[in-house]
Ligand binder design. Structure first.
Ligand code: CS2
Ligand code: MG
Length: 401
């Protein structure tokens, strides 16, 4: 007889920062987990799962992953959106975890087996000044990284763009406000990368995140001005809600473009992919419908020579990283994985078998995702409201963060 889902629980915990996890249990005694963390809007997803999806899961056959995905996506009538898709992602990831455990295999084996043994990753070097950022770059080079994202404070502006204020997450506070001046930034960015390239030499991969702050023509100018420094990618140059805007950027620069950490379905990147307007797609397991939907996006991207570069900031839980590494290990068009160290307390709540070694990420070999959650430890770190920052132009206009 087919197995049945007998319980599904939403676990909200804050070991250094908020994480939402869905745990599904079956009559055969298997369990699986999925990440449901949507930074700054965590409880919306927790409620969506608890109130609307958990009742639909009880009694279902956990093996029917595709049917469950379609049931939760089409069956809601209201499709897409970050809250809905993050909730669906958590269910989907937990069901893949269960299926792989039932098969006695690490997830990457179920996805077709290894296309590679290790995965290139990049980490962040954020500095208040160019020198400060380059000191952090030096530390990452010594630690063995092969790819580094570099961000530095623009002279005359208070905050480092796209990076939280020092001290990381401002728990319990209202959103912090940054200031922004595009003209200053466009003059500054080439200076930052001239210095960075000089410091690291030719072989190190350098990346940069513009955090949705530019208009299309500004993005084209930036891409052009950074060409001499041979970036691995330039990320989120525009918000890309208007995918066609990227045609203009693409026409004017050969700097590789990466977009998509805030996207939640294939429809958000359909034109970007089919018109080959980007080089890397940044959608992540947790926000883009789980393994099932991310595979659809990656397969479409593969047709056009576009590779993955999944979002992997510290606000995506270690469960997402586990899933991303099995996924990245299996697919043919893996590009790079973002990697940001989680707060120390996270390892009291989650235990995982993936690892970083010599600047590469390795997925583990235990059955399933290779990650568990300790619910008693999770209860020791209660949820605290934490907002993402907001950003204003110097005249006070609210801008993209
Ligand atoms: C960033 C993130 O990792 C990235 O590329 O854009 O830090 C992003 O700001 C956060 O993950 C938002 O939740
Ligand atoms: Mg980003």
């Amino acid at each position: 007889m087919a197995d049945r889902i007998v319980a599904a629980r939403v676990i909200v915990t804050s070991p250094g920062r908020n994480f939402v996890t869905l745990k599904i249990e079956t009559a055969d005694g298997l369990s699986g987990i999925g990440d449901a963390t949507l930074n700054g809007r965590e409880l919306a997803v927790a409620a969506y799962l608890q109130e609307h999806l958990v009742p639909l899961l009880i009694g279902r056959d956990p093996a029917r992953i595709e049917d469950t995905w379609q049931y939760l996506y089409r069956g809601a009538y209201w499709r897409r959106g970050p809250v809905t898709m993050t909730a669906i992602s958590a269910v989907d990831t937990a069901l893949w975890d269960i299926k792989a455990k039932a098969a006695g295999m690490p997830l990457y084996q179920l996805l077709g087996g290894a296309s590679r043994e290790h995965m290139l990753c990049y980490t962040h070097a954020d500095g208040t000044t160019i020198e400060h950022a380059l000191d952090v770059v030096d530390r990452h080079v010594s630690a063995g990284y092969h790819a580094i994202r570099v961000q530095a404070g623009v002279p005359g502006l208070q905050r480092i763009y796209g990076v939280h204020a020092p001290g990381a997450v401002d728990m319990d506070a209202l959103p912090a406000e940054g200031d922004w001046d595009t003209a200053k930034y466009l003059r500054f960015a080439p200076k930052l990368f001239e210095a960075a390239r000089l410091r690291v030499g030719e072989d190190m991969h350098l990346l940069h995140d513009t955090h949705h702050r530019l208009l299309p023509n500004e993005a084209a100018q930036l891409g052009k001005s950074l060409e001499p420094f041979n970036l691995f990618w330039l990320e989120d140059v525009t918000p890309a809600e208007n995918q066609e805007a990227l045609r203009h950027v693409r026409r004017h620069t050969t700097t590789p473009l990466a977009i998509g950490e805030v996207f939640n379905t294939i429809w958000d990147c359909q034109a970007l992919i089919t018109e080959q307007l980007i080089d890397y797609i940044r959608t992540a397991v947790v926000h883009a419908g789980g393994i099932t939907h991310l595979r659809r996006i990656a397969d479409l991207a593969a047709l056009y020579g576009i590779r993955t570069g999944c979002h992997g900031a510290a606000d995506l839980s270690p469960v997402t990283m586990a899933a991303a590494l099995h996924f990245g290990r299996a697919i043919p068009n893996f590009g790079i994985q973002e990697y940001s160290v989680h707060p120390n307390e996270a390892s009291e709540v989650f235990r995982w078998d993936w690892r970083l070694e010599g600047g590469y990420l390795f997925s583990g070999e235990s059955p399933g995702l290779g990650i568990t959650i300790d619910e008693a430890a999770a209860a020791r770190f209660p949820y605290r409201r934490a907002y993402l920052d907001v950003n204003r132009l110097t005249d006070g206009t609210l801008w993209n963060w």
